[in-house]
Write a protein that binds this ligand. Structure first.
Ligand SMILES: *Cc1c(COP(=O)(O)O)cnc(C)c1O
Length: 404
């Protein structure tokens, strides 16, 4: 069967160039980057070359790039690292962190843990566009605010947040500013200086690199306590023997992204817009979730009234098309997406949404194939259980699961 992968926001395939770059570091150049002999020097040189590439992707200095185990660790290192670096006494007896209601769980759940440890947290809401208003962030600042963390691109909607405005304000007020740029890096330009960032998270497997490796940008002079304790790796910011093949892979993925960004973004946008416009044209009672303009070029989050999103994902999977209902990590949970709830969708509307995320392998033929099968699938699911009649979409899931 023909297989089409439209879930690039969950993870991307490894680029062949990345695989080639990593290979020697498993088999031949396997040294520990801290060793002083030839093997160690080879590994160390590779890690430092990768650091230069990652720095180039985000316009940082290589000395400001810290390698981690991925986006989740980078986010946790930023939130806990800043909160721990400021003594409560120095912050009016307590500390306050500002984030948004549409963050990835790697930020949201870390923020909840901070609350449990006595840090105050404000979750700035977003409107129906899925874009946070910088004025709402500014209004949330208190004398003891130590950190603002706002994601660059939302993983479910693709919406881009106004980081430059928030960054300017954070700088004026002397508040440390972090962004989870896991979804935007490699898809849109990311410039830590222009955006006014002190900290930024990225992850290799969202930009055609390997899973289990990422980076945290730490602007020179940013007060940050480490998450882990051990050796003196990564300038004492992140101990542990470096994942050399992974780091090499991230470096190569970053350099490829730099080279291809403009050209690929234009191609993705054309294909995404073609998919979206044709879907809206051919399928009745369909709508786009989130701001259609301020968005990644790769992502469309679509709502089909009267269709169970999970049943849709399964029905499309049976036709060889892989998409998702939102965050990969939340699937299987019965709770509707916190992002779709945050933009004001009802439970029913949130449940009837699906995310299609395009990538390097996506072709016009893929989009055509989806456009061939999707209208029929939606019609079929609506026929199995018309929402108006019984008010539930449960039948669709059980009907389609039997074939799965
Ligand atoms: C995938 C993702 C993460 C987590 O990154 P991992 O490397 O998988 O831990 C964090 N934030 C966003 C926005 C993501 O999309």
């Amino acid at each position: 069967m023909r297989r089409i992968y439209l879930d690039h926001n969950a993870t991307t395939p490894l680029a062949p160039e990345v695989f080639e770059a990593m290979k020697p570091y498993w088999l031949e150049d396997y040294g520990n980057a801290s060793s002083i002999h030839w093997y160690g020097q080879r590994a160390k040189a590779a890690v430092e070359a990768a650091r230069v590439e990652v720095a180039r992707l985000i316009n940082a200095d290589p000395s400001e790039v810290v390698f981690t185990s991925g986006g989740t660790e980078s986010d946790n290192a930023a939130l806990f690292g800043v909160a721990e670096a400021v003594k409560p006494a120095a912050a009016h007896g307590t500390r306050h962190v500002i984030t948004t209601s549409i963050e990835h769980h790697a930020v949201l759940h870390a923020a909840r843990e901070l609350e449990r440890r006595g840090v105050e947290v404000t979750y700035v809401p977003v409107g129906s566009s899925g874009v946070v208003d910088p004025e709402d962030v500014e209004r949330a600042i208190r004398p003891h605010t130590v950190l603002i963390s706002v994601m660059h691109a939302n993983n479910e909607l693709g919406t881009l947040q106004p980081l430059e405005e928030i960054g300017r304000m954070a700088r004026e007020r002397g508040v440390t500013f972090h962004s989870d740029a896991v979804q935007s890096a490699g898809k849109v330009p990311v410039d830590v200086r222009k955006l006014g960032l002190d900290l930024l998270s990225l992850s290799a497997h969202k930009l055609y690199g390997p899973k289990g490796v990422g980076a945290l940008y730490v602007r020179k002079g940013t007060a940050l306590r480490p998450l882990l304790y051990g050796g003196h790796h990564e300038r004492d910011r992140r101990p542990g023997t470096e994942n050399v093949p992974g780091i090499v892979g991230l470096g190569r993925a970053a350099s490829l992204a730099c080279e291809r960004l403009d050209e690929e973004a234009a191609r993705w946008r054309t294909l995404r817009d073609c998919l979206e416009e044709s879907v809206l044209d051919r399928i009745p009672a369909a709508a786009v979730n989130g701001d259609p303009k301020r968005r990644l070029p790769t992502t469309t989050n679509l709502r089909f009234d009267g269709v169970d999103g999970e049943a849709l994902v399964i029905a499309l999977d049976l036709k060889g098309v892989a998409c998702s209902t939102g965050a990969a990590c939340s699937s299987g949970s019965l709770e509707p997406s916190h992002v779709l709830a945050a933009i004001g969708l009802t439970r029913e509307q949130a449940r009837s949404s699906g995310r299609f995320s395009l990538g390097r392998s996506t072709s016009l033929e893929d989009v055509d194939y989806v456009l061939d099968v999707l209208p029929g699938v939606v019609e079929h699911l609506r026929a199995v259980s018309p929402q108006r009649r019984n008010g539930t979409l449960g039948h669709q899931l059980s009907a389609v699961s039997k074939e799965w």
